[in-house]
Write a protein that binds this ligand. Structure first.
Ligand code: ADE
Length: 225
């Protein structure tokens, strides 16, 4: 593991090519190139069974679709834990704990280096026994996705932006304290001061920092729904 990286994410997936373009762009690219995070792709197919490297099968008791089998997932997790037995295992699943900013903070927090293994399920689900090696079941919300890749990206993105050195300008601590925990931001504006008749609030042009802070506090945390 990179000595400098604050967090290593090992992603167990059948579709590393779906993850890579996003993780290699913008802030997450910078976080990797600055050595703040490290991403390891572990292709579940390599742990598949038989000549076809099979990773799924039909459910006992009948029913639609295919389920991720235990053997390849256990083997993939164990191969990572061989070098880092402390790594924590996450599975994105609609029946998990709902992901939020507090959880993102917990996952990003602490002084020690952290290593998360994210299992990305696919097909119609996974064999329940896989949960015996999972530390964190995480749901991204009350809807069902086709796989764990999008949740993995959201999780990595929301944790990484909290790490020191990732965001430009303000530190994550400053941003967090400003919105008193809920982290819903205040409205922001850039040039021009008037666009198609829509003017930036006067106070933001005033140069009066106290008043700007006050305005931001009273205008933060408004949800759109
Ligand atoms: N897999 C499928 N749907 C999901 C969701 N809403 N959250 C996390 N993982 C999922």
């Amino acid at each position: 593991m990179d000595k400098m990286a604050k967090i290593k994410f090992s992603i167990i997936t059948l579709f590393p090519e779906a993850l890579k373009p996003y993780l290699d762009s913008s802030m997450l690219y910078k976080a990797q190139s600055r050595g703040i995070i490290e991403i390891e792709y572990v292709n579940l197919r390599e742990f598949g069974l038989g000549p076809h490297k099979s990773v799924d099968d039909t459910p006992y008791g009948g029913g639609d679709g295919m389920l991720l089998r235990c053997e390849p997932v256990f083997a993939a997790v164990e191969s990572i834990k061989l070098t880092d037995p402390q790594a924590e295992v996450i599975i994105p699943t609609p029946v998990g704990k709902t992901w939020n900013q507090n959880l993102a903070r917990e996952f990003a927090g602490g002084d020690e280096l952290r290593h998360y293994i994210i299992i990305c399920p696919h097909y119609e689900g996974y064999d329940e026994r896989i949960l015996s090696i999972v530390d964190h079941k995480i749901s991204l919300g009350n809807y069902v996705l086709t796989g764990g890749e999008l949740p993995a990206l959201i999780l990595i993105d929301s944790v990484t932006r909290l790490l020191p050195g990732v965001l430009g300008g303000a530190t994550s601590a400053e941003i967090e304290s400003f919105s008193e925990g809920n982290n819903l931001e205040y409205p922001q504006y850039t040039k021009p001061a008037v666009f198609r008749g829509m003017a930036v609030p006067d106070v933001l042009l005033s140069g009066h920092h106290g008043k700007v802070d006050e305005w931001r506090k009273t205008n933060s945390g408004e949800k759109m729904d």
